[in-house]
Design a protein around this ligand. Structure first.
Ligand SMILES: Nc1ncnc2c1ncn2[C@@H]1O[C@H](COP(=O)(O)OP(=O)(O)OP(=O)(O)O)[C@@H](O)[C@H]1O
Ligand SMILES: [Mg+2]
Length: 509
């Protein structure tokens, strides 16, 4: 076997943080190598170093037997290293072929003009060769997340990548798309490409990877062949203790109806209904789950519940009062807390520190503001208690939100929202990008809220999560609730069909 990439003693120090501490990683050519580890363990940092985004403080990078140092991603790309980030970098109105070839377009007329036809042909050929199934002429904005991701893969392949790094590629995919991506990994490695992928999902790592390396606190804990380990063993390597991998939902007596949503509809920007005649209720001491493929109106429905938008028709009643047109602020004051889907756009102000971020939505609460003046000492104390309770790392209230790893940002938001002592919690993808130990913790918090008589509306694309936590659950497709199902009785196959808009028992709805 030849070694594609070898990292030797990589150390990366940020001001006050040792993100990588003498890390070793050996990746064999033609294999899939999974990188696991808790939030903040240093996975993204290590890959950013390999991709030339960060310069290591110390250590050696060996690619194809040659020691290299990359001062930019361009240098890494020239050495055959490609990286697909979690936030895609595609230009929306342009087509797949235009995006893939951007900056490296095939030319005609002696180099005078871009050869658009050749671009389409070359991209089609690459897509075919690696089983990516992408239409080169499709505008990127019309594509699902999964296909956009494959466009990013094409972009790296077009630039000659032999090693592909994917940072949590499956976090945003539907179960079906995950299957497709993993089979693309097979196509790629069959043809000699090497894949390094970061994930928090142990089952995926076991299924897709040849080898698995675990990082903890910036250090390599170990590398192991996927065939020689188990989910339990990996979980323990990652967290350093045993982790509860299954959700246990004890019986709880349900109380009064807290939220009643009646026939709400809202048009989308394109004129077609984004939410179409949705009705449901949520009770005290109950978790009401909404499952579905992303982009089927869940986001728009949640915006109606949180006051980020108002419905064109229908009504929303909370705790006996009509709140259909109540503002976001009014709803917070009435006891509705919200863990948003997009932590960058809605959950946090990235350049602000955690003290300031802990204050968001609390500016008018008497414990933080006195006669219009903000009590910064109380704010700092508040941020510190969230940090401690939710194990946010690094435990520094003066750290900016943007300096935290994705999972730690998420833990901070969940902590802030639960600290409001809500009557109703609306949580969208509360554990997206969150490591297994913290996922277990967040699940426990949601179940504790339920036990304390809070109503929880949970949107999640993780099937095991939404099934494990919910007392009742609806499946959303094309803006509508296709069906309401018993989470304990429904099978994965039935759910898959419902999520695709089909009724397992009687044709399409
Ligand atoms: N640009 C930066 N400036 C300061 N600290 C940083 C920076 N980037 C990362 N860190 C810190 O380095 C550590 C490792 O972060 P990294 O993003 O590599 O973690 P990760 O393993 O990818 O975590 P996650 O699973 O949450 O994505 C964290 O403590 C993080 O806060
Ligand atoms: Mg990361």
């Amino acid at each position: 076997m030849t070694t594609a990439v070898q990292l030797d003693g990589i150390t990366k120090r940020f001001p006050g943080v040792l993100a990588n501490d003498d890390v070793d990683l050996t990746v064999e050519q033609g294999t899939v190598h999974a990188l696991l580890g808790e939030n903040g363990a240093g996975k993204t940092t290590l890959m950013n170093i390999l991709y030339g985004l960060y310069e290591p403080t110390d250590g050696r990078i060996v690619v194809d037997g040659d020691e290299r140092s990359f001062e930019s991603p361009r240098a890494a790309i020239d050495a055959g290293i490609g990286m697909i980030h979690q936030h895609f970098m595609l230009v929306e109105p342009m087509t797949v072929a235009e995006n893939v070839t951007l900056g490296a377009e095939p030319r005609k007329w002696g180099g005078l003009a871009v050869d658009a036809d050749a671009a389409v042909r070359e991209v089609a050929a690459l897509s075919e060769q690696y089983g990516l199934d992408v239409d080169p002429t499709a505008p990127v904005e019309t594509l699902s997340v999964g296909v956009q991701q494959r466009t990013e893969i094409l972009k790296a392949l077009y630039r000659g990548a032999d090693v592909l790094i994917l940072d949590e590629p499956t976090a945003v995919l539907t179960p079906q798309e995950v299957e497709e991506l993993l089979s693309i990994f097979d196509h790629l490695t069959d043809q000699g490409k090497t894949i390094i992928f970061i994930t928090h999902k142990l089952g995926e790592a076991m299924a897709a990877a040849d080898d698995i390396t675990v990082l903890r606190d910036g250090q390599t804990i170990g590398s192991i062949a996927a065939d020689d380990t188990s989910r339990e063993a990996l979980a323990e390597m990652m967290v350093g203790r045993e982790v509860l991998l299954e959700i246990e939902r004890p019986p709880v007596e349900t109380g009064s109806t807290l939220l009643t949503v009646k026939n709400v509809s809202t048009p989308s920007q394109r004129g077609v209904p984004a939410v179409s005649d949705v009705s449901f209720s949520a009770h005290a001491g109950e978790i009401f789950g909404i499952a579905g493929v992303d982009g089927n109106g869940q986001r728009e429905l949640i915006e109606l519940l949180t006051g980020l938008s108002t419905p064109a028709s229908g009504s929303i009643v909370f705790d006996g009062e009509v709140i259909t047109h109540a503002s976001r602020r009014e709803r917070i004051e009435r006891g509705i807390a919200y863990v948003p889907e997009d932590r960058h756009a809605q959950g946090l102000v990235m350049p602000f520190d955690l003290v300031e971020n802990g204050l968001l939505g609390n500016q008018r609460t008497s414990s933080f503001a006195n006669a219009g003046r903000i009590d910064w000492a109380a704010c700092k104390e508040h941020a510190s208690s969230i940090i401690e309770e939710y194990d946010v790392r690094p435990p520094n209230p003066s750290a900016s939100a943007e300096s935290l790893s994705g999972g730690n940002q998420q833990k901070f938001i969940v902590g802030r929202e639960l600290a409001r002592d809500p009557t109703l919690l609306i949580a969208t993808h509360p554990t997206r990008g969150v490591d297994i130990g913290s996922t277990e913790f967040i699940h426990e918090q949601l179940l504790a809220l339920r036990e304390a008589g809070v109503a929880v509306v949970l949107v999640s694309s993780k099937l095991d999560e939404v099934r494990g936590l919910s007392d009742r659950m609806a499946v959303m497709h094309d803006g509508m609730f296709v069906d309401t199902v018993d989470p304990d009785a429904v099978t994965e196959e039935e759910l898959g069909l419902l999520m695709a808009g089909e009724h397992p028992t009687g044709g399409e709805q």
